[in-house]
Design a protein around this ligand. Sequence first.
Ligand SMILES: NC(=O)c1ccc[n+]([C@@H]2O[C@H](COP(=O)([O-])OP(=O)(O)OC[C@H]3O[C@@H](n4cnc5c(N)ncnc54)[C@H](O)[C@@H]3O)[C@@H](O)[C@H]2O)c1
Length: 448
Amino acid sequence: MASEAVDRLTGLKQEMETREARIGIVGMGYVGLPLSLLFSAERLRVTGFDIAADKVATLNEGGSYIVRIEPDQIRAAQQAGFRATTDYSEIAQMDAVIICVPTPLNEYQEPDLSYVIGTVQSIAPFVHEGQLIVLESTTYPGTTEEVVVPLLEAGNRSQLRVSRALDEPGIHVAFSPEREDPGNDTVARHDIPKVVGGCGPAATELAAEMYGAIFRSVVRVSTPAVAEMTKLLENIYRCVNIALVNELKRLCMRMGIDIHEVIDAAKTKPFGFQAFYPGPGLGGHCIPIDPFYLSWKAREFDFRTRFIELAGEVNGEMPYFVLECIADALNDHSKSIRGAKILVLGLAYKRDIDDLRESPSLTIIELLRAKGATVAYNDPYFPTVGRGRHYDLNMRSTPLDDLAGYDAVVIVTDHSAYDYEAIVAQSKLVVDTRNATKGIDRTNIVRC
Ligand SMILES: NC(=O)c1ccc[n+]([C@@H]2O[C@H](COP(=O)([O-])OP(=O)(O)OC[C@H]3O[C@@H](n4cnc5c(N)ncnc54)[C@H](O)[C@@H]3O)[C@@H](O)[C@H]2O)c1
C-alpha cells in the first residue's frame, strides 16, 4: 500500500491527524495568507514566511492588509498557533513548506522566476529529510523539476536528494496549483478540489494528505508538470473565451445587437456552453500573465501557441477600444477628450476586491491623461493610488458628490457598493464598460 510506505517514510500523516504538524507558508500575499487561515481553522500550526517585514509585523500584531480578511480572522488563527516571520532558519522546524510567491512577467513579457528562485535558494539550507516542499505559484510546466528540484538538491546542507520512489528517503517535492477566485463567494474554498502532482509517489501522497485536511477533495496527477499544465489550461481557457466575447462584443456593437442579451440567452443551453463576459480588458495577477508562461516555454519546443497570442492581442486592445468609445461619446456631446473632465469609477481589476494588479483602469487613466483629459477616480477599496510596476498615477479617490461636474463618468469596475441609478441620474454622460447599468433606461448611457 502506497500510504503505508509513506507512513514509514515520515510521520507527517500522523502529525496531520494529531494536529502536531507544522506547516510553513512562504509568501503572505493574496494566496498564502488565506491558505494559512484555512489550515489554522483546522487547528494546524502555521508559520508564515515573508520578506516584507511590515506584513510580518502587521500579522503578528493581529492585523490584516487584505480587505476581505478581517483582523479577527488573523487573531483566531493566532489562537491556533499562527505567527509570521522573516527568518528562514525556522524552515528547519517545519514538516511541510508551501511556496506562494509571485510569478510575474519581465519587461520582455517573459517569465520572471526570480521570486521562486530566491525563495528556494533561501529555504534550501534549512530543508530536512522527510520534509514536504510544495510549489503553488503559477508557472510553466517543468518549473518544479527543472528549477526547484536542482536548487533544493544543490542548496541543502545534508546532500539530500529528492525522493523518487516509495520507501526512498529524501526531500518530497510537489506542485499544487492555487485555484482561488477572489471575490467569488459562490464556492467555498474547501469545496474547490485541490490538484497535486509529486516528483515521486510519496510526495504526491504526502501533499494529498496535507491538503486533505482543508479541501474536501484532492485530485492526484502523475507528475508536477501535469499539475502545472492543469493550472495553465484553466487560465488559458478563461483568457481565450474572454477574448472571444470581447471580439464578439465589438462586432455586436457595430451590428446593433446587445452582446449581454445574447450571452444571457446562450447560457440557458444546459450543455456545451459556459458564459464569459466582455469587459474593459484583462486584469489581475493570473489571466493576463499566466498564458505567456506557456507560450514562452512552448518556444523551447519549436511551437507557437497561436490561441494564446491572439487572445492576448484581442484582450490587450480593449483599454484602447474603451478610449475610442469615450472619445465617440464625448464627440456626440460636442466635446473632445482634450480638456474634458472624466471620472473613472473603479480601479480594482474586478468587482469588490482590493487588487489592482494589471487592472485595465490604470491603462485607461493613463491613456486619457495622455490625450489631455483631466482624470479623477473613485474606488472604495483604494483611497489613494501611487506607483506600480507599470503605472505612476499619484492620485486620491474622489468622493461621488459632484458627478454633474464631469463631462463623462466611466464605469470600469462594477463594484456592488455603487448606486448605479443615482450615478446615471446625476451624471451628464456615463460610459459603461461592464453592463453595470443594465435595466436603466436613460439616454445618457453609452454601453461599450
Ligand atoms: N491572487 C490570486 O488570485 C491567485 C490565484 C491563483 C494563483 N495565484 C498565483 O499564486 C502566486 C502568488 O500570488 P499572490 O497573488 O499571492 O501574490 P502576492 O504578491 O499577493 O503575494 C506574494 C507574497 O510573497 C512575498 N514574497 C516575495 N518574495 C518572497 C521571498 N523570497 N520569500 C518570502 N516571501 C516572498 C511578497 O512579499 C508577498 O507578500 C502567483 O504565482 C500567482 O500567479 C494567484
